[in-house]
Write a protein that binds this ligand. Sequence first.
Ligand code: SAM
Ligand code: DTB
Ligand code: SF4
Length: 329
Amino acid sequence: MDASLPDTTPLRHDWTVSEVVALHDLPLLDLLHRAQTVHRAFHPPDSIQLCTLLSVKTGGCPEDCSYCPQSAKHESPVESEKMLDVESVIASARRAREAGSTRFCMGAAWREVKEGPAFDRVLTMVRGVKELGLEACCTLGMLSESQAVALKEAGLDAYNHNLDSSREFYGTIITTRTYDDRLRTLEHVRKAGITVCSGGIIGMGEGTRDRALMLVTLARLDPHPESVPINALVPVEGTPLAHRPPVDPLELVRMIATARILMPRSMVRLSAGRSSLSREAQLLCMMAGANSLFYGDKLLTTPNADTDDDERLLRDAGMRPLAPSVRAH
Ligand code: SAM
Ligand code: DTB
Ligand code: SF4
């Protein structure tokens, strides 16, 4: 953040659902204006954080998340693969850094972390990513308190664990774990001193109230999650949500704007679903307060927006990639 920018808006943790629904449903230009005003008070408006994702353990997940191609419960095109070795992960991280990314996020299709060689390998990957001077993030499913501490000791900066939707809607998309399981892991992450990355998905059939409830739950966390990924569902053949209609880009703009107003200091990440957005829709998302995106050919298992197109878009819009907010260990 640019220290010369005054951050005058007080941070709130007591938003009510009706307030947030009213905000979300404002005339779009009013909503955008409010979001831009908050955004400019807290962040340099021309900066964008570039993050690269890598799936270090793909597929075969025992959870039944209806949106996810990596669940073993669905017949998706994603095959289960063995865990990547440390060298190839570090080589990917180096390529990501050379391409201009400052944050590298490693994902594993696990329900939860189990202590043993696989977790030890993740800890080695984290150390290697830190040696490259990148921000290191992981998303590995549920974590215990001691596992969170081990990740922190390895140098992990951030842990991604999404609430995905409202508590009410959650049970209709995932039956193998609860909302409270999710919140418990976030507590362990916070307690270990790792920054929290938590957001959700729109386009799964949830209503505006569910979206607002999710944002209220995130904004009740104190401090707010340092980063809030907003995903538009990427429908994947074979998953129960494969035939959901595409998300209207303006709904994504509204969701991002509302997240920005509720959580002024957080990085709001325009996440999955970007490859089906026009340049103009992506810029509207940035105007609404998105200041981070996934950069690189692939998300975890699905294609991401094209990097050449991204480079052109950022250049044409005069956006500059953000410097890493942490130093190498
Ligand atoms: N297994 C870990 C977990 O669930 O936390 C980490 C990996 S999981 C794939 C990370 C996040 O990706 C999910 O929480 C979900 O929000 C998002 N995601 C998965 N599939 C998606 C899809 N098809 N479209 C949009 N977002 C998706
Ligand atoms: C997040 O909120 N979105 C990313 C990241 N956190 C781990 C994952 C998106 C996955 C999209 C579907 C896929 O590529 O498998
Ligand atoms: Fe497994 Fe995570 Fe996919 Fe759910 S979202 S099926 S926990 S990889």
